[in-house]
Design a protein around this ligand. Structure first.
Ligand code: ATP
Length: 240
């Protein structure tokens, strides 16, 4: 599994100061798959994404992207190696236009031609953003902002996308739209996605695999359908 993985994490230990949050976390995600990362509040899901993207320095372990170990590299190097991170909270820059927000996502690309092509791809994929490109991002709804931050991350042409709670605070209809978008990205572009979600049911519905964390340890890792069918696991860790 590890050899063919687009993203593999091996025995990852990380935390904040004296506190250890991730205790030897291991996972492997094949190219073009969605892995749902699930677990209760404080399980370490956000810390896992922050460690993969270089914002938290691991104490131990490996983070392999297409076989290259990126552990302890700088966040900008990890971005250049093909990993894009969309943190929790729809972090658009509200005073900038939609187009300016998108352009920020392309800054790591070398050459104006690549950036222009990425922008036109974004507008093709997201007509809603094309129609409103000159408007301030602050005029978008929560769901539209979530789409904008995902579109902004795609401007860097990542191979691996780390998505932290994209459904947080969204109305049910928008949750469905965002999940459909993630599924389409996998199907159309072959992107490998790590999807952190509190909404385990929605995440497992689109995921290929799932990983359940509890107090920084992996308590289950399996096909999404197998995890969804596990009544005890659902009751203890997944809340549905
Ligand atoms: P949530 O769904 O609530 O975001 P999570 O599974 O993403 O939960 P993390 O945010 O990774 O969990 O937090 C894991 C643990 O690390 C928690 O106990 C949290 O209090 C602690 N923690 C998170 N960020 C920091 C920080 N900057 N400094 C110290 N401890 C932190």
């Amino acid at each position: 599994m590890t050899e063919a993985a687009a993203l593999a994490v091996e025995d990852l230990v990380a935390g904040y100061g004296q506190v250890t949050v991730l205790e030897a976390v291991t996972l492997a995600a094949r190219p073009g798959t969605i892995t749902a990362v699930l677990g209760a509040n404080g399980a370490g899901k956000t810390t896992l994404l922050r460690t993969i993207s270089g914002l938290v320095r691991p104490r131990q372990g490996q983070i392999l992207v297409d076989g290259t170990n990126l552990a302890r590299r700088r966040p900008e190097d990890i971005t250049r190696a093909g990993v894009a991170h969309v943190p929790e909270g729809q972090g658009v820059i509200t005073e900038l236009t939609i187009e300016e927000n998108l352009r920020l996502g392309g800054l790591t690309r070398r050459g104006g031609a690549a950036r222009t092509a990425a922008l036109s791809d974004a507008y093709q994929r997201f007509p809603l953003l094309a129609e409103r490109k000159r408007r301030q991002a602050g005029t978008l709804s929560g769901g539209e902002r979530q789409i904008l931050v995902i579109a902004r991350a795609l401007m860097a042409a990542p191979r691996v996308l780390l998505l932290d709670e994209p459904s947080l605070g969204l109305a049910p209809r928008m949750v469905t739209q965002v999940m459909d978008l993630v599924r389409r990205l996998r199907d159309d572009t072959g992107l490998t996605v790590l999807l952190v979600e509190q909404n385990a049911r929605s995440a497992l519905a689109i995921a290929d695999r799932g990983l359940v964390l509890n107090l920084g340890k992996v308590v289950a890792a399996d096909d999404a359908t197998t995890l969804s069918a596990d009544v005890a696991l659902r009751r203890h860790y997944l809340g549905f």
